[in-house]
Ligand binder design. Structure first.
Ligand code: C2E
Ligand code: CA
Ligand code: CA
Length: 811
C-alpha cells in the first residue's frame, strides 16, 4: 500500500489528517445524504411510475367494463323487446316473427349471435292445431332446414315446442332434430347441456317460468362460447305477482344469443394488453363463468366491476406487465451510483420530472374528458346534444320496459325564434337560447334530461316520479318558465316576450327515434293549433301526417294537371259600393278530396317551397284573366296574394315581369298583396325587393294589417299603396269599441301617409256603415260578394253600375 507523502512533512501531518477526516466526513455525509436523496428519489420515482400505470389501467378497465355493460344492456333490452311482442301478439306466426325480428334488429343494435327463438308451452288439447299451423309456415320450415320431425312427446302431455325463430347458422341435421323435440322433457337430448352448472334445460325453463326473470347460460363448442339469454312470457294482463300465478299464465319462452368472444372483443377494442372475463349469477347462486377474451401473459393489474343487467354480472379485467423498460427501482439505484453532485442534480431532476409527468397525465385526463364532453354536449348551451339525448331516451325506455315506470318526451320549439334572430341579431338569439336552456334545466329533476336537438328545438325526457302529475303538468311548467320575459344584454329595460310549443309523447316505444318522432308529430299539431300550448300525441296524428305527406306529393303535380283554379272576390269603392277590382283566391280541385280551400294546402306549399311555382302560376293566370276583362271593356284591377317564401327569392320579380309580358296586362292593374307578418320577417331586404317590384308599375297592398308584429314606424319604409285592415277588426265592430278605435286610427294613418285603406270581411250593413262613416276607402266581403268563378264575376261586371251592397238588408 502506498503511504502518502504528506506523512513525511512534520507539522503538516495532523492538519492534513484532520482536513482529510473532515473531508471524509463531508464526503461520507454528502455521500450519505446523496445516497439517501437518490434512494428516496429512486423510490419516489418507482412509486410514481407504478401509480400512473395503475391509474391508466383503471381508466381503461372502467371503460371496458362500461362498454360491456352497455352491450349487455342492449342484449337484455333486445330480449325484453322480444318478450313484449310475443306477449302482445301471442299468436304471431313464424313468418310474422321473422319479419318483425328483422325490423327490430335493424333498430336495436346487437352483438352477433346464433339467433333468436320462441318456444311455446302447448297444452295437449291445442297440440294438433299448433302443429298444423306451425308446420305449414314456410318461415318455420326454413328455420328447421326444411325437415319436419315428430316432437317425441307423450300423448296427452303438455309440451314445450319451438314455434318461431331465426338462426344465423343453418341447423345441422342433429340440431334440427333436437330443437323440434319437447324442450320440457328432461329425458330429451336437448334436456341437458354441458355448461349449465348441472342444471338441465327443462329445469332451467321451469325455473324461469316461476321466477319471471332472465336466465343466462353459456354453451361452448369448438372453443367459441355462445351466451343464451332467455325469459318466459305470459298471457297479457294476467296477475304475475306469485310463482303460482306466473306458472298459470305461462305461454312460453323467448331466447336470444350472442357470441361472448364478439362481445368481449368489442369491449376490449382499443386495448391490446387487456383481457376480460364475464361472470354471471342469479340471486343467491354461485357465480358462473360465462367466458372472455384477450390473453395477458403475466397480469400485473386486475379489476373487478359488478353491475345489474338481467341478473348480476361481474366483469374482470386484467392488464399486462409493462415491457422490459428499466424498472423504477433500478433507476433509483443507478442514480445512487452516479457521483454525489450528479445524484443531487438527478434527484432534483427526477423530482421535477415526476411532477411534470403527473401534470402531463392530469392534462391528458382533463383533455380526454373535455373531448368526450364536447362530442355529447351542445357548445352554446352546455346541454346534452341530440346524440346524448337519443342515448338517454334509449336507456329510459329500457328501464321503463324492465321496471314498468312511466316515461315521456317533451319536444319543445320556440315560437317565432327566427324573428328574434332576424330583428335583434344572432348574438341576441344565442343569449336567448342560453337562457332558455337554463330555464329548462331549472324545471327538470335530477336524473331527468333537458337537451338541445338543434336550432331552437329542445327535448325534455322525464320518467318515474317526476310524472306523478302527468306529462301535461311538466309541459305546463315548461310553458310557464319560458313565458317569463327575457332581458337581452345591452338592451336595458327592453324585455322580450316569447312563447313555446310542446309535443308530448308518453309511454314506452320500440325505440328512442319513435318516441321523438311521435313527440315531433304532436309538436306539429301544437304549432298548427296556434302555438303557445302543448299537445299530447295521439295515434291519429300518424294518419294526419300521412295525409299531409300524400297531399304534398299530389300538390307537386297539381299545377301540371291543371287542378288549380282561381276564384275572384270583388273589391268595392266604399262610398259608391261599386266594383273596382277583384282579389284572386286559389282553390284546388283535388281528384279524390274535392274542392280544397287554401288553408288545406297553402301552408304545406309554403313549408315545401312548392309555393314558388304555385305562386307563379297564380300570377300568370290572374294577369291573363284581368287582361281578357280589360280588353272586353272592364279594366278592373286584380290583386294577387304573395307568400313570404316567394319574397325570399329574386324569382318573384321575374315571375311578375313574365306574367305582365305574356298577358299584356297594364302593370297598374296588378296589385301584389303581402301580409304584414311576411314583411316584418326581414324588413330591410323586403323593402328593397318591394321597391324593385314597384318600379315595374304594379301596386303593393299590405294584407291582414293590424295582426302582425309591427310597426307603424316601419310602414313609411315600405312603398305600400294600400292597407287591408284585417277581418278580425271588422267582424268585431259591433261588440268591441276597441276595434272601432283601431279602425279609426288605421284609416287616419292611411290618410296621413297617403295610403289607401281597404276593409276586409264586411258581412253586414252595420259594419259597412261604420266603415263608410270612418271614411275607409275600399271594402271587400260576403256582403258584396263571395269569391266567385269567372262567369259570375262577368255577370257582375255586366251590371257594373249597380252598387253591390245596396240590396242586402242590415243585420
Ligand atoms: P286573405 O288574403 O286574407 O284572403 C281573404 C280570405 O277571406 C279569403 O279566404 C276569403 O274567402 C275570405 N273572406 C272574404 N270576405 C269574407 C267575409 O266577409 N267573411 C269571411 N268570413 N271571410 C271572408 P280564402 O279564399 O279561403 O283564402 C284564405 C287565405 O289563403 C287568404 O287570405 C290568403 O292568405 C291565402 N291565399 C289564397 N289564395 C292564395 C294564393 O294564390 N297565393 C297565396 N300565397 N295565398 C293565397
Ligand atoms: Ca289577400
Ligand atoms: Ca287578408
Amino acid at each position: 500500500m502506498h503511504v502518502p507523502r504528506v506523512a513525511r512533512t512534520p507539522g503538516a501531518g495532523p492538519r492534513a489528517k484532520a482536513g482529510g477526516r473532515g473531508w471524509c466526513v463531508a464526503v461520507v455525509a454528502i455521500f450519505l445524504v446523496g445516497l439517501a436523496v437518490s434512494l428516496t428519489a429512486g423510490l419516489l420515482w418507482r412509486q410514481s411510475v407504478h401509480n400512473s400505470e395503475r391509474q391508466s389501467f383503471n381508466v381503461a378497465a372502467t371503460d371496458v367494463a362500461e362498454t360491456a355493460e352497455t352491450l349487455l344492456d342492449q342484449q337484455a333490452d333486445f330480449v325484453s323487446s322480444l318478450r313484449t311482442i310475443v306477449t302482445q301478439e301471442p299468436h304471431l306466426s313464424a313468418s310474422e316473427f321473422s319479419t318483425w325480428l328483422a325490423e327490430l334488429e335493424s333498430r336495436q343494435p346487437q352483438v352477433e349471435g346464433l339467433g333468436s327463438l320462441v318456444i311455446r308451452s302447448v297444452p295437449a288439447s291445442q297440440l294438433k292445431g299448433f302443429l298444423a299451423a306451425r308446420n305449414a309456415d314456410p318461415a318455420f320450415l326454413k328455420l328447421v332446414g326444411g325437415k319436419l320431425l315428430p316432437t317425441g312427446g307423450r300423448p296427452g302431455e303438455r309440451q314445450c315446442l319451438l314455434a318461431a325463430g331465426v338462426t344465423r347458422i343453418p341447423y345441422r341435421q342433429e340440431v334440427a332434430e333436437l330443437v323440434q323435440s319437447n324442450w320440457c322433457d328432461p329425458r330429451s337430448a336437448i334436456g341437458s347441456f354441458p355448461d349449465g352448472g348441472g342444471v338441465t334445460q327443462a329445469q332451467l325453463m321451469q325455473r324461469l317460468a316461476s321466477s319471471g326473470k332472465f336466465g343466462v347460460y353459456p354453451v361452448t363448442a369448438q372453443g367459441l362460447t355462445t351466451c343464451f339469454m332467455e325469459s318466459a312470457f305470459y298471457r297479457a294482463g294476467a296477475p304475475l305477482s306469485t310463482a303460482a300465478e306466473r306458472r298459470a299464465a305461462l305461454l312460453g319462452w323467448v331466447e336470444s344469443s350472442f357470441s361472448v368472444q364478439a362481445l368481449a372483443r368489442t369491449a376490449l377494442e382499443p386495448y391490446t394488453d387487456l383481457s376480460i372475463e364475464l361472470l354471471h349469477t342469479e340471486q343467491h347462486e354461485p357465480l358462473t363463468r360465462i367466458g372472455g377474451a384477450g390473453s395477458v401473459r403475466d397480469p400485473r393489474h386486475t379489476s373487478s366491476t359488478s353491475f345489474q343487467v338481467a341478473g348480476r354480472w361481474v366483469v374482470r379485467v386484467a392488464g399486462a406487465e409493462p415491457g422490459p423498460a428499466i424498472s423504477g427501482g433500478l433507476q433509483g439505484l443507478l442514480l445512487t451510483l452516479v457521483g454525489l453532485t450528479l445524484t443531487g442534480m438527478l434527484a432534483a431532476l427526477v423530482l421535477t420530472l415526476s411532477r411534470s409527468r403527473e401534470r402531463a397525465l392530469g392534462l391528458v385526463d382533463e383533455k380526454t374528458g373535455e373531448l368526450h364532453h364536447q362530442a355529447l354536449h351542445d357548445a352554446l348551451t352546455g346541454l346534452p346534444n341530440r346524440v346524448l339525448a337519443l342515448d338517454r331516451a334509449r336507456h329510459m325506455l329500457a328501464r321503463s320496459r324492465r321496471e314498468q315506470t312511466p316515461v315521456a318526451a317533451l319536444y319543445i320549439d320556440l315560437d317565432g325564434f327566427k324573428h328574434v334572430n332576424d330583428t335583434f341579431g344572432h348574438a341576441a338569439g344565442d343569449q336567448l337560447l342560453q337562457t332558455v336552456a337554463q330555464r329548462l334545466q331549472s324545471v327538470v329533476r335530477e336524473g331527468d334530461t333537458a337537451a338541445r336537438l338543434s336550432g331552437d328545438e329542445f327535448v325534455v325526457l322525464v320518467e318515474g316520479r317526476a310524472l306523478a302529475g302527468g306529462a301535461e303538468a311538466v309541459a305546463e311548467r315548461v310553458l310557464e318558465v319560458l313565458r317569463q320575459p327575457y332581458e337581452l344584454e345591452g338592451r336595458h329595460g327592453r324585455e322580450l316576450k316569447l312563447t313555446a310549443s310542446i309535443g308530448i309523447a308518453a309511454g314506452v316505444r320500440l325505440g328512442a327515434d319513435e318516441l321523438l318522432r311521435d313527440a315531433d308529430l304532436a309538436l306539429y299539431e301544437a304549432k298548427a293549433n296556434g302555438r303557445d300550448r302543448y299537445v299530447v300525441f295521439r295515434s291519429a296524428m300518424h294518419v294526419a301526417a300521412q295525409e299531409r305527406a300524400e297531399l304534398e306529393m299530389d300538390l307537386a303535380d297539381a299545377i301540371e294537371r291543371g287542378e288549380l283554379v282561381l276564384l275572384y272576390q270583388p273589391t268595392v269603392d266604399l262610398p259608391s259600393e261599386r266594383i273596382i277590382g277583384v282579389e284572386a283566391l286559389v282553390r284546388w280541385r283535388h281528384p279524390e278530396r274535392g274542392l280544397l280551400t287554401p288553408d288545406r294546402f297553402i301552408p304545406l306549399a309554403e313549408e315545401t317551397g312548392l309555393i314558388v311555382p304555385l305562386g307563379a302560376w297564380v300570377l300568370r293566370e290572374a294577369c291573363r284573366q284581368a287582361a281578357v276583362w280589360s280588353i272586353s271593356g272592364h279594366p278592373i284591377s286584380v290583386a294577387v296574394n304573395v307568400s313570404a317564401r316567394q319574397l325570399d327569392t329574386h324569382k318573384l320579380l321575374g315571375d311578375v315581369q313574365a306574367a305582365l309580358r305574356e298577358s299584356g296586362l297594364e302593370a297598374a292593374l296588378l296589385t301584389l298583396e303581402i301580409t304584414e307578418t311576411a314583411l316584418m320577417r326581414d324588413p330591410e331586404t323586403t323593402a328593397a325587393r318591394l321597391r324593385e317590384l314597384k318600379q315595374l308599375g304594379v301596386a303593393i297592398a299590405i294584407d291582414d294589417f293590424g295582426t302582425g308584429y309591427s310597426s307603424l314606424a316601419y310602414l313609411r319604409q315600405f312603398p305600400a299603396d294600400s292597407l287591408k285592415i284585417d277581418r278580425s277588426f271588422v267582424s268585431t265592430i259591433a261588440d268591441s269599441q276597441q276595434s272601432t278605435a283601431i279602425i279609426h286610427t288605421l284609416v287616419q294613418l292611411g290618410k296621413t301617409l297617403h295610403i289607401k285603406t281597404l276593409a276586409e270581411g264586411i258581412e253586414n250593413r252595420y259594419q259597412l256603415e261604420t266603415l263608410q262613416h270612418e271614411r275607409c276607402d275600399e271594402g271587400q266581403g260576403f256582403l258584396f260578394a263571395r269569391p266567385l268563378p269567372v262567369e259570375q264575376v262577368e255577370a257582375l261586371l255586366a251590371n257594373a253600375g249597380v252598387p253591390l251592397g245596396k240590396d242586402k238588408v242590415a243585420s
